[in-house]
Design a binder for this molecule. Structure first.
Ligand SMILES: Cc1nnc(-c2cnn(C)c2N)n1CCCn1ccnc1
Length: 117
């Protein structure tokens, strides 16, 4: 069927979903490693290994400054947080396990919310 043209209302709805999703991520008990940027100056190797650092506070900043044009761009940055975590941390580590739990939570949450759009 013909693809529905995206209206400004659609994108403002999508951005509202992004704000809800981000608030849910920040409120999660396993969010602590991801709330602010990794202090790469005090984490040997981080800047070398992780080319595109990302964290929830940076995502919030981008959302506030309208740098996400749609839900997809937002989801790409959230997944970057979890991919960076998996790359730099063992699965069997405190931070590694938190990353897996947060990714599972996020995937469940945005698919739940998607049914409303
Ligand atoms: C996110 C994330 N991925 N790796 C780290 C990290 C920071 N230091 N070390 C040795 C890591 N593997 N992080 C940031 C975790 C931020 N944190 C650590 C303790 N409280 C917050």
């Amino acid at each position: 069927c013909a693809k529905k043209a995206k209206t400004p209302k659609d994108s403002s709805n999508e951005l509202a979903v992004c704000r809800v999703l981000l608030a849910d991520l920040e409120a999660h008990q396993d969010a602590w490693p991801f709330l602010s940027p990794v202090q790469h100056k005090s984490v040997p190797g981080y800047r070398k290994v992780i080319k595109k650092p990302m964290d929830f506070s940076t995502i919030k900043e981008k959302l506030t400054n309208n740098l996400y044009l749609n839900l997809e761009n937002f989801i790409v940055d959230v997944n970057l947080v979890f991919d960076n975590c998996q790359r730099f941390n063992e699965d069997d580590s405190e931070i590694g396990r938190a990353g897996h739990r947060m990714r599972r939570f996020f995937d469940k949450r945005w698919t739940e919310l998607l049914q409303f759009f």
